[in-house]
Design a protein around this ligand. Sequence first.
Ligand code: GDP
Length: 489
Amino acid sequence: MENKNFKKPPVVVVMGHVDAGKTSILDYIRRTKVAEKEAGGITQHIGAYQIDYKGNKITFLDTPGHEAFNAMRSRGAKVADIAVLVVGADEGVKPQTKEAIEIIKKEGLPMIVAINKIDKPGADIEKVKSDLAQHGVLLEGYGGDVSFAATSAKTGHGIDELLELIILAYELSPVNVSLEGELEGVIIEATKDSKKGNVATVLIRNGVLRIGDIIGTKSAYAKVKMMEDFTGMKVKEVLPGMPVLIFGFKNLPVVGDKVKRFNSQQEAESYIKKKERKEKEINVLPNHEGKKVINIVLKADVEGSLDALEYVLKGIKDEEVLLRIIKKGVGEATDKDAKIADAGNAIIFAFRTKISKPALNLIDAKKIKVYTADVIYDFVEVARKMIDDIKKPKEQRIDLGKLKVLVVFMTKKQRQIIGCRVLDGEVRKGVRLEILRDGEVIGEGKLISLEKNKQDIGQAKKGDEVGILYEGNVKIEVGDEINVYYIEK
Ligand code: GDP
């Protein structure tokens, strides 16, 4: 294959604060820029798509939200060539905008800003510009050279301009690849499908991938049986920059893992074995002595969300408490997951996925904690709350014994001196008292001093007759019973 004529299309990642319009922009571009004949098939969500704009191919990663992108980065995968930072013209810079800016800078990616929602009445482009400047992003015409487009994913305004800026930015820093060179790719998404089996979206960065090739990551491999692009069309050959759905994985690969080519299945298998050993050693928990541990079983709809969630949870650091993922997987939470959670005293986090009927029964019976949500940050909140709860000193009531009131010697405001018999257990100086009349709790107080045979004592046992000085919120009468307890922290 001729190398000279091939220009790898840029791979674009879209980042920004939640609700800034990332999905809407990606949807608008997909809807309007995928050539009619291509869209003849049913476009499918495979984690990335490619358009042809005025003869220029551009690939978009369409798992917006930088969590997924972060998960890929954390595995050292080079995924994107250009980043589009979406900022709502009605909102300006928000917390996740700042995070996105940091990631883009760290990655050293060329950045283009889309000031979105300019159709909205509250849109204020100038405010966004000054907001961004405050965070070190200087736009063109505002003292810097970061290009930007004012867009509306609703009307389509500025979207062409955005695409042109992407093409321009890529012309300035194109990525050179070799079609004859070694195969390099990355897993963008992975799903277990009841009909299709284990399928994964791969984005090739170098070399050419063909049907029949044996490819793999450090944990999964495939003899490539079939490949489909995002329009559902079968493809026989995949060039760099083109996302493709690959059928034939023996087990589910991990999102963000690098993909390489092997000469044989044996070679792929032995590579995985070697890596497995290595991973196991690395995965051994660092010494967590002295830390309290919260065990978690993670389930998610697809590998991409699972990775993103794991990445985010691992980012929650606490000096006293450690979050430990004891099991993770794709698909609904099953009774097997529930058993593991039960054995490990773990909470189940189910992200965009269901809980099977048998699992629900077990969860009910064993009182396993489960949390389901569609938004990653809900889990973060739950995890943070669990950490806070675990750190709070716990109060526990310890029951000591029971008294029967035989005589009331003296009553003065909230204090009384009474004579009792210890019916059960014991009584000690300083304990708390719960007053019962006809079997019902009517008030409470505390025991200030304890006497037996007119002598101050520290404690008395079942059968003893004692005098006590009581202080509390009800008047005790002869015949009342008193529960004796204390609170332990
Ligand atoms: P994401 O969280 O960044 O992916 O944001 P979405 O694409 O889901 O958009 C959040 C909300 O803003 C949705 O209700 C969209 O319909 C709306 N929205 C997105 N872009 C625009 C826009 O340009 N104009 C207007 N008026 N609404 C928009």
